[in-house]
Every structure is written in C-alpha cells, then in structure tokens.
Design a protein around this ligand. Structure first.
Ligand SMILES: Nc1ncnc2c1ncn2[C@@H]1O[C@H](COP(=O)(O)OP(=O)(O)OP(=O)(O)O)[C@@H](O)[C@H]1O
Ligand SMILES: [Mg+2]
Length: 143
C-alpha cells in the first residue's frame, strides 16, 4: 500500500485552516469517527499555531500510513525557528512564553495516540499519529 503524503506550508492563519481541514478529511476518508476527526484537527491546529507564533514559518506533512491491519494517520509539524530550550517545561500544562494558556502541547499529547517531540536551536519537530483497527478483519475481531 503506497503512502500518500500532503505537505502544507505554514506561514499564515489560512494555512492552519488548510492543514486542519486536510487532516480531518483524510481521517473521514479512512473511516475514523467524528471524535477522532476532531481530535486530529485540533492537534494539527495547535501544532501549526505554535509554528506560526514561535517560528513564523514551517511545514505540516500529513501522511496516510495505513496497513492491512489498521488505519494510521501520521502528522509531522516542523520548523526552523528558535527551538524549545526545555521540552519538559514546555510540555507542562500552563507553561507559556507567549502569554497564552500554555495548553497546546500537553493538550495535543492527550488528544492523539502517539506523540513525539524533538527540538534544538533552529529546529523543532513534532510527530503525532492516530490509529484505528480496520473493520471486518478476523484477527481484529478475535484479539
Ligand atoms: N514550534 C515552536 N518553536 C519554539 N517554541 C515553541 C514551539 N512550540 C511551542 N513552543 C514553546 O513551548 C511553549 C508551550 O507551547 P504550548 O503550545 O503548550 O503553549 P502556548 O503556545 O504558549 O499557549 P497555547 O497553545 O495554549 O495558546 C510555548 O509558550 C513556547 O515557548
Ligand atoms: Mg500553543
């Protein structure tokens, strides 16, 4: 099964809307429920908002990584902005250097099935994924 990837450059609020909608539509196509569609869309909004706010420019890559057993959407959001000096601190609920809620990163981690973050000066990359077992597979039924 080939991997389909969509790259969305993030440099304006409209790009956030576009990335968010692209993620939601793929989730819908793959049969994810409305709650998961909304979780993914919200996660994409938060991560791309951070890119716009803290780095000014970045890329959001949305990939269909489904296999025979499960549907999987992976989203990579990366930028070449200043980086996050202390990731553990940035992941804490309420920590913000932007004067906002400080809920974006910890909230996103709670919304998705997989969450990885790496950052250094000049580079930040967040990888998230949502999975759902494929319907109608015998091994998915008996497991
Ligand atoms: N792409 C990024 N580049 C540099 N710093 C970042 C990036 N993303 C997050 N940060 C840092 O991590 C902190 C926490 O991010 P988080 O999204 O949780 O909260 P916030 O953006 O400050 O507020 P909220 O998302 O609730 O509006 C930010 O305040 C910022 O210091
Ligand atoms: Mg944020």
């Amino acid at each position: 099964m080939g991997v389909t990837k969509t790259h969305v450059a993030i440099r304006s609020y409209g790009d956030i809307i576009n990335a968010r909608q692209t993620g939601r539509e793929l989730a819908q196509e793959l049969g994810f429920g409305l709650a998961d569609q909304t979780r993914l869309a919200t996660a994409i909004s938060e991560l791309t908002s951070n890119v716009l706010h803290y780095a000014g420019l970045g890329v959001c890559t949305i990939a269909d990584q489904s296999n025979q057993a499960e549907n999987c959407i992976q989203v990579i959001v990366e930028d070449n902005g200043p980086g996050i000096p202390d990731i553990e601190l940035a992941m804490r609920q309420g920590f913000s250097t932007g004067g906002t809620l400080g809920a974006g990163l910890p909230g996103t981690k709670r919304l998705v099935h997989e969450f990885q973050i790496e950052s250094r000066p000049g580079f930040t990359k967040v990888v998230i994924a949502m999975m759902a077992p494929k319907m109608g597979r015998v091994d998915n039924l008996v497991r």
